[in-house]
Design a protein around this ligand. Structure first.
Ligand code: ZN
Ligand code: MN
Length: 477
């Protein structure tokens, strides 16, 4: 299978007019003569969209064409007021990229055939006895990323989509929002006999809006096609939908060939010229990609592959983690908190409270709070267990951990002199048990440890308590 992904470019305005791109506003408020397709209105290309499109193509290893052409893709549909979609056809702005995926411990490189720019259509809304159209989305800038048929299972397809979405989000090109349709996927599926070169007739699965459903739909479609071949039936090229409740794909329409679209260069738009210097500037400004970031976390910071994966799962989360690391490095070497400790705490405690919507994420603490908290553990002021309690108190607030520790009277635990003071008191107050210990009943030590743990509300470090007690009990022997 090969995937065709449509990703909305995060521009403020549409591809060929100044109307705002938006989601959820009142119908048809973001429209003008250009995106309504009124006669005589002329499109003007949005440079910001081009910049994002080229950045995406570079991140996916594509070759950039210094000259490309917008074409009209003609078809009739009520949500397409001009009667054609402005897209790119014979001369797209980029070709020949790739995306590495890891499935079941195996690395595969899936080729990307091309990426082109195009405008989105509007939206038809169907009511019981009538239909209406909202053209707010008409003219929204998209890139279409056309993959080669290099994927071999539903699981590989889902992984490809996850990695692709992650890259586009990391470079700020797309918000990865599947529910709102700003990242959507069609899957071309065909089968062939083992050993055959040529792929069979393909079916195109349309607009499946979750990674899980893509995986399911593909595997179900593969089984359907194999069953057809095995029973000797032939079928034509089709566009199919997926019914997740019935767990089956269904026929939408017999597929049109490209000829049906009567593509031709759009005479209203000049060809797009992307000078090498322009492309190189964008290449230089490319932020760190998730793949490189994971490698850095593993190789430089010593994180596990799993931790690196979790902490690069969203650009705001990796930015948060990077800020923590930078802060920890500012501290003197002996007080600096180790990256692995930050990663562990972030994964176990912080991540459970993180909520993401598109490119936004709400993280319950600031890096300053987390690093100060872990520094308190490092210094032995509080135990790891207490750190979790303090975290619960600072999460979602502006409170600093040191203030909470002070206010709650938690700051004694790892303090050896404080534990010694308590231990001396207990030894003085329990002469009978001391005598038993000194006569050889050393397991009475547990009694003292228990008393001290109780007095410190479980906050003392048991190893230190043990050491201190053994030392003091031995002194008097
Ligand atoms: Zn407009
Ligand atoms: Mn398209």
């Amino acid at each position: 299978m090969g995937l065709e992904v449509h990703a909305q470019l995060l521009t403020r305005t549409k591809l060929f007019c100044g109307c705002e791109t938006s989601f959820g506003d009142a119908p048809n408020v973001h429209t003008c003569p250009v995106c309504l397709g009124l006669p005589g209105a002329l499109p003007v290309l949005n440079e910001g969209a081009v910049r994002l499109a080229v950045t995406a193509a570079l991140a996916l290893g594509c070759t950039i064409a210094h000259r490309s052409v917008f074409a009209r893709k003609n078809y009739f549909y009520p949500d397409l007021p001009k009667g054609y979609q402005i897209s790119q056809y014979e001369e797209p702005f980029s070709k020949s990229g790739s995306l590495a995926i890891d499935v079941a411990g195996q690395r595969r490189v899936a080729r990307i055939q091309r990426i082109h720019m195009e405008e989105d259509a509007g939206k038809n809304i169907h009511h019981a006895s009538f239909s209406v159209v909202d053209l707010n989305r008409a003219g929204t800038p998209l890139i279409e990323i056309v993959g080669e048929p290099d994927l071999r299972s539903g699981a590989e397809a889902a992984e490809y989509l996850r990695r692709l979405r992650e890259v586009l989000m990391a470079i700020g090109v797309n918000d990865g929002n599947l529910e709102q349709g700003s990242f959507r996927c069609d899957a071309n599926v065909s089968v062939r006999k083992v050993g055959d070169e040529k792929l069979g007739v393909r079916a195109e699965l349309k607009n499946i809006n979750s990674f899980r459903f893509v995986e399911e739909a593909i595997d179900i479609e593969v089984r359907r096609q194999i069953a057809l071949y095995e029973s000797g039936q032939r079928f034509s090229q089709q566009t199919r939908g997926y019914n997740a409740d019935k767990k089956e794909t269904y026929l939408l329409r017999e597929k049109e060939g490209d000829a049906g679209y009567r593509y031709f260069p759009d005479p209203d738009l000049p060809e797009v010229s992307l000078p090498p210097a322009y492309v190189e500037t964008l290449r230089d400004r490319m932020p760190e990609l998730p793949e490189a970031r994971r490698a850095r976390y593993i190789e430089e910071l010593g994180l596990s592959a799993y931790a690196a994966g979790v902490l690069t799962s969203h650009p705001k989360i990796s930015a948060f983690f990077d800020a923590c690391i930078a802060l920890a490095r500012q501290a003197p070497a002996e007080q600096g908190v180790d990256a692995v400790k930050i990663a562990n705490f972030a994964q176990t405690e912080v991540m459970s409270g993180v909520q993401t919507t598109g490119l936004d994420a709400s993280i319950p603490v600031r890096p300053e709070q987390l690093v100060e908290l872990l520094a308190l553990v490092q210094k032995g002021t509080i135990s790891g267990k207490q750190a979790k309690e303090v975290y619960a108190k600072i999460a979602g607030t502006d409170k600093m951990p040191a203030d909470v520790v002070l206010a709650e009277g938690l700051a004694v635990m790892g303090d050896v002199t404080e534990i010694e003071r308590l231990a001396r008191d207990f030894i003085a107050a329990n002469p009978k048990q001391v005598a038993q210990y000194r006569s050889g009943k050393t397991n009475i030590l547990g009694f003292f440890v228990g008393q001290i743990m109780k007095a410190t509300k479980g906050s003392a470090d048991p190893a230190i308590v043990n050491d201190v007690l053994k030392k003091l009990l031995a002194e008097g022997a």
